[in-house]
Design a protein around this ligand. Structure first.
Ligand code: SF4
Length: 877
């Protein structure tokens, strides 16, 4: 009899989808959990490919101390001894932890407790600082608590959904699919997208406001003024439940739609339409994300959004709420335990009462008394030597923080650096003095909280390899070695969740919205069975609150919400002659963060497989760069090289680069090296969307690619980018120095096998292939220009063949099949590997809808992540 499927959660985005995992032969099969309220059985392309990421290829299975494998106990002894030495010599502020929204709540809780209650410093911050700390601060200012008032069901119930600074189609795909399905069922439902770029999300929008970058606050302030002038304010709600509305309304009084349109560079009619729809649609949900948060005025922008919802009383109602979309799977859980340096624990702050309360609950000998350093400040303190010992857990700041080259400098300069992760091959881990092997998704038990405050279990279905251990266990072991064994003697994650839940209820009395006291009573079996549940969930409650604040009861002392009167501000740094473009950064559909996990999946590389910069045709022309060529982007501190994609979807005057590429997958693709370390003064969240940059063509002596059955070392080239295929690795290459790849490959792969070569020295063309027993081992193509290189898809497919036939062999050095119909083009549908050319052929043959493409080719019929792209192709026919 088959073992029952394990119910767990996807480890990627903040939608927090439920996943069912079952054994399938030697491996595992993954599917969406139909009973999980977040996804109701759906998964996006990343979630659907989770089973591809379970291999041990890149795993670190044993600890390393100073680069040498060591027993885990020895490594933990070293960590405790060195931390103790730094604390004794320099005090607790010289030690810091940098943690992650990838951690489970239990991991997070234990790390926070050790730092803030037992080491006695406040220096623990999280990479969630980079994605949602502005939303946290905005919620606290507006509602008195960091609480999202709505839920996913509201997105389906709304008559108007406003997406502000969110490409949900790629970043929160399953929630986007729920929205798309609701709109299909109720075509009268309207969707407005506010984003300078025309993204995949725009395919669903009735109105796309492609506003000037950074002008969001003017748009929402103008909307508030319009609501007043259009008599759409709910005065009764304001008078009974809100403070500060007089000043907020006075602040926006002069902003008529014409001024807004001018400032935001929008057609006045579009602004008028948006304002009219918002004013007349009681059931309105605003979903906001990084386009709002990642700004030097992110907190004010969040409050500008909350203001319009408060002014209309649309908070916590069915189909009416502002909803912040968290980026990471457990960003919300990190907020709950106090993972941010300016929070304490269980949504408590550094007030004397809260410090005392948490200290008594923990029986803490050394409570931190004040905020610690926020992420950007923290790494600057490491660089300058103020912080001497740093423990980084489950994150890769050498890629993800602004001025990333300075972060690398900080890591190199750090007196004692500990990294706990699942792989040693991150840009951060390579600098560690002690590397601790952490358990990975699939090996860890605990809980996560998604964007709608829903706590779900993550359940282990595999044993950790070697000496890998859960993060909470590693931290607790260090705590024990530091002399705090009694208070860190957890038998398992259930103990930790019970303690966390008890702290949330401790002397709460209804003052703190975050109360999960009911979970403190769970026994181990109850923890094992725990079904997804939303907070608050005070003691005695069986079900959590779906919505908050519907009848007021805000968490400020007087029970009223606050409207904020903050003058709008644009990006902190202006563009200038030497840096004339605005750089916007973000995620792509099929990769996650720095690709530590998604980089293990060939099908997730099939959609977009190189670092790229998206440019408007006008800017590309002005800079002399071409679609498919390479370009240099230079910021204040660093530069990158990336493939150029020219598209009218990108507004003139700006560039877009994805955040994912790093030193493991390319030469110079860490976009955050270009981002100036400018942060919001309240939240400390960096301005990742508006860095001024310069653009120039990269003129190479040659361009090429090599496909081989194993990854090759490309170090030393100006440009290289590596992507995993089903049965091969692909390496894109370019350089100004002469190409020596053909000689190198012949030497490296030896004489064994059939070498086929084509050389045209005058044309700068060199092509090479190696076959062994009829199977292709490698191909290499070198040309003077990138445009002369053949498409890669057909060649990639040859690596899956056990033996090439005569026609395939004949086409090998042409790089094209004799029958051109065999070339499917760039993969659009990652689930079924359906290429662009195949789709275009089907459309030309009469497939006139997404459903028809699904029937004909299966494309778009599984996870649905490619549906916006299919829609676009159908519209363009
Ligand atoms: Fe995972 Fe995709 Fe669901 Fe996000 S939307 S949790 S990435 S399956």
């Amino acid at each position: 009899m088959n073992a029952p499927a394990i119910r767990t959660t996807c480890p990627y985005c903040g939608v927090g989808c439920g996943v069912l995992v079952e054994r399938a032969g030697e491996g595992y099969a993954v599917r969406g959990d139909p009973d999980h309220p977040a996804n109701l059985g759906r998964l996006c392309s990343k979630g659907a490919a989770l089973a591809d990421t379970l291999g041990l290829d890149d795993r670190i299975t044993h600890a390393r101390v100073d680069g040498r494998t060591a027993p885990l106990a020895t490594a933990l002894d070293t960590v405790a001894r060195r931390l103790r030495a730094v604390i004794d010599a320099h005090g607790p502020q010289a030690v810091a932890f940098y943690v992650s929204g990838q951690l489970l709540t239990e991991d997070y809780y234990v790390a926070n407790k050790l730092m803030k209650g037992f080491i006695g410093g406040g220096n623990i911050d999280t990479n969630s600082r980079l994605c949602m700390s502005s939303a946290v601060a905005g919620h606290k200012r507006g509602f008195g608590a960091d609480a999202v008032p709505g839920c996913y069901e509201d997105v389906e119930l709304a008559d108007l959904v406003v997406l502000a600074g969110s490409n949900a189609a790629w970043t929160h795909p399953v929630l986007f699919q729920r929205l798309a399905a609701a709109k299909k069922a109720r075509p009268a439902m309207r969707v407005v997208l506010i984003d300078p770029r025309r993204t995949a999300t725009a395919e669903l929008a009735d109105l796309h406001l492609a506003l000037a970058p950074g002008s969001d606050a003017w748009l929402f302030h103008g909307l508030l003024n319009h609501l007043r002038r259009d008599n759409a304010i709910d005065w009764r709600y304001l008078e009974t439940r809100v403070s500060g509305f007089g000043a907020a309304l006075a602040e926006v009084a002069g902003l008529d739609p014409a001024r807004v349109a001018e400032h935001c560079a929008l057609p006045p009619a579009d602004v008028a339409t948006f304002y009219d729809w918002f004013a007349r649609t009681p059931r309105t949900v605003t979903l906001f994300s990084q386009g709002i948060n990642q700004s030097s005025s992110g907190v004010d922008k969040v409050n500008a959004i909350l203001n319009v919802h408060l002014a209309t009383g649309r908070v916590g109602l069915h189909g009416a709420s502002p909803i912040s979309l968290t980026g990471q799977p457990n960003a919300m859980g990190g907020r709950e335990v106090g993972g941010l340096a300016n929070q304490l624990a269980a949504h408590m702050d550094y007030t004397p009462d809260d410090v005392d309360r948490v200290g008594r609950f923990w029986r803490a000998p050394a409570m931190a008394q004040a905020d610690g350093l926020k992420a950007v400040e923290l790494f600057e303190a490491v660089r300058t030597g103020r912080v001497k010992a740093l423990w980084i857990m489950a994150t890769n700041p050498a890629v993800s923080l602004p001025e990333a080259d300075a972060v690398v400098e900080a890591l190199r300069a750090c007196e004692f650096l500990v990294v706990s992760d699942v792989t040693a091959r991150t840009d951060t881990a390579r600098h560690a003095h002690v590397l601790l092997p952490a358990a990975a998704w699939g090996e860890k038990d605990g809980t996560v909280t998604n964007s709608e405050r829903r706590i779900s279990r993550q359940r282990a279905f595999m044993a950790p390899p070697g000496e890998a251990r859960p993060d909470w266990w590693l931290v607790a072991e260090v705590a024990r070695r530091l002399g705090h064994g009694d208070t860190f003697a957890y038998r398992g994650p259930a103990d930790i969740l019970r303690e966390h839940a008890a702290l949330s209820a401790f002397e709460n009395g209804g003052r703190r919205v975050f109360d999960i006291g009911a979970l403190a009573a769970l026994d181990d079996a109850g923890y094992e069975r725990l079904a997804p549940v939303q907070w608050p969930l005070p003691a005695g409650c069986k079900t959590g609150a779906q919505r908050l604040f519907a009848s007021g009861g805000y968490a400020h002392g007087d029970g009223r919400a606050r409207m904020l009167a903050a003058p709008p501000r644009g990006p902190a740094l202006a563009t200038e002659a030497s840096r004339p473009l605005r750089l916007n950064t973000g995620r792509i559909r099929d990769q996650w963060h720095s690709m530590t996990r998604t980089g293990s999946s060939a099908r997730l590389f099939a959609h977009l497989d190189e670092p790229y910069v998206e440019l408007n045709p006008r800017d590309a022309r002005a800079a002399g760069v071409e679609h498919g060529g390479l370009a240099r982007l230079a910021g204040g501190q660093g530069e990158l090289l990336a493939r150029v994609r020219v598209t009218a979807d990108q507004p003139a005057g700006s560039a877009f680069v994805p955040i994912h590429w790093n030193d493991r997958f390319c030469a110079r693709g860490r976009v955050d090296a270009l981002i100036d370390a400018i942060t919001d003064p309240i939240s400390g969240q960096p301005e990742f969307k508006h860095a001024p940059v310069a653009l120039a063509p990269y003129v190479a002596a040659w361009h090429g690619f090599v496909m081989a059955r194993r990854p090759l070392d490309c170090a030393g080239h100006d440009y290289w980018a590596r992507a995993r295929g089903v049965a091969h690795w692909r390496h894109e290459l370019a350089d100004t120095a002469p190409c020596t790849w053909v000689e190198r490959l012949r030497a490296e792969f030896g004489a064994d096998g059939d070498w086929i070569e084509l050389r045209d020295a005058a044309a700068g063309r060199h092509r090479l292939a190696l076959l062994r027993d009829g199977r292709v081992e490698l191909v290499a193509f070198i040309e003077r220009s990138a445009a002369q290189l053949p498409p890669r898809a057909w060649l990639a497919g040859l690596f899956a063949r056990a033996r090439l036939d005569a026609a395939e062999r004949a086409g090998l050095l042409a790089g094209r099949p004799a029958d051109s119909a065999a070339d499917v083009g760039r993969v659009v549908c990652a689930c079924f590997g359906v290429g662009e050319k195949t789709l275009l052929a089907a459309i030309a043959a009469g497939a006139g809808s997404v459903e028809a493409l699904g029937i004909a080719l299966k494309a778009g019929s599984n996870c649905g992540s490619c549906v916006p792209e299919l829609t676009r192709m159908l519209e363009a026919r």
